[in-house]
Design a protein around this ligand. Structure first.
Ligand SMILES: Cc1ncc(COP(=O)(O)O)c(C=O)c1O
Length: 325
């Protein structure tokens, strides 16, 4: 964990100016709403050190916007995305020495928690909240050349449909049991949720199939997280002249196409992680040649080049962090 965090508490529902302080325990009432009734959400984004030495936040404003959306979904005080972005810049600037060289990055974890000390408020929102931003140097979560084994779950959704677009801790807690079972019983790295046979998303990332020259991924319908990496990859792919199909994808079609396709998990942590094997029931289905496919590698390289300031950023995704914040 990097040494400095930023914190802000609300007063009468309005956020106070944030403060930078050493990372340490927080003072929280044991009856805090977020601890009992799950009024808690978070974000995950990265700052990358470029070859020129400049540190750049990647799509900070989009992550801030999504945090504000999650806050609204949980009926918490909603922080202003512009102000969250300022807070992110300040935290990166305060921890600039701890941003690793590529392929590492500084991972940022804004967290929002309902703090009303009222265990009687099961059906009432928290009026007060605590927002804090942690930073942590990270390496590559999944090595670029290591294909994943992904089990397909067609009975259970990852979370409830109305909460799929909210980055709430409870969503992750719901997915733990089935994911652990897939690890233990099927030797899978991750679980791909496909309730009623429709592919949705994996536990920590969105899903992409690359088949017959097209990128195929389920359309955003609110039942799963609108990944910012997903959006970046689809944008880059269109720019490279690839065909993009945002449409429902059935598990049957996925399995039918697998032998000649590529598949990837896409997300801030995964970047683009190639899927080499799908496990469905008692079938183990190889995707392509079982390795990380060339299109997956090419898209990953294109994304990483923008993040590191090596390729031009036509979309205003990257923001250099000034040493003073
Ligand atoms: C459930 C889930 N879906 C998708 C994603 C990908 O989102 P993003 O690309 O914004 O990191 C994540 C990662 O944050 C996730 O946890």
């Amino acid at each position: 964990m990097a040494g400095t965090m930023a914190t802000s508490r609300t007063n009468d529902g309005s956020f106070a100016p944030f403060e930078l302080e050493p990372v340490g325990p927080l003072s929280l009432h044991p009856a805090a709403h977020g601890l009992h009734y799950g009024s808690a959400c978070f974000e995950g984004l990265k700052a990358h050190r470029g070859e020129d030495g400049t540190v750049r936040l990647f799509r900070a404003r989009d992550h801030a916007q999504r945090l504000a959306g999650s806050a609204a979904g949980l009926c918490l005080p909603v922080p202003d995305p512009e102000w969250i972005t300022e807070m992110l810049h300040a935290v990166v600037a305060a921890n600039l020495d701890e941003v690793p060289d590529p392929p590492g990055a500084l991972y940022l974890r804004p967290t929002l928690l309902g703090t009303d000390p009222n265990i009687g408020a099961a059906t009432h929102p928290s009026r007060e909240a605590l927002l804090y931003v942690l930073a942590s140097p990270v390496g590559d979560y999944v090595a670029a050349d290591r294909p994943l084994t992904v089990a397909v779950e067609t009975d259970l959704p990852r979370t409830t449909p109305q909460f799929g677009g909210v980055k709430a801790g409870g969503n992750y807690a719901m997915a733990l049991g089935p994911t652990e079972r897939a690890r233990r019983e099927l030797s899978a790295h991750q679980l791909l949720f496909a309730p009623k046979g429709f592919v949705q998303e994996a536990g920590p990332a969105n899903f992409l199939l690359i088949s017959d020259g097209a990128l195929i991924t389920p359309p955003l319908d609110g039942t799963f997280l609108a990944g910012i990496t997903r959006d970046s990859v689809l944008t880059l792919a269109r720019d490279l002249g690839d065909q993009v199909e945002e449409r429902p994808l059935l598990v049957d079609e996925l399995l039918d196409r697998s032998a000649t396709a590529e598949a990837a998990l896409v997300g801030t942590a995964a970047v683009l992680a190639g899927v080499g094997t799908l496990v469905y029931g008692d079938q183990r289905v190889r995707v392509g040649d079982g390795g990380v496919g060339p299109r997956t590698q090419r898209l990953r390289e294109a994304l990483v080049a923008v993040q590191r300031g090596v390729a031009p950023d036509h979309w205003g995704w990257t923001e250099p962090v000034a040493p003073g914040g």
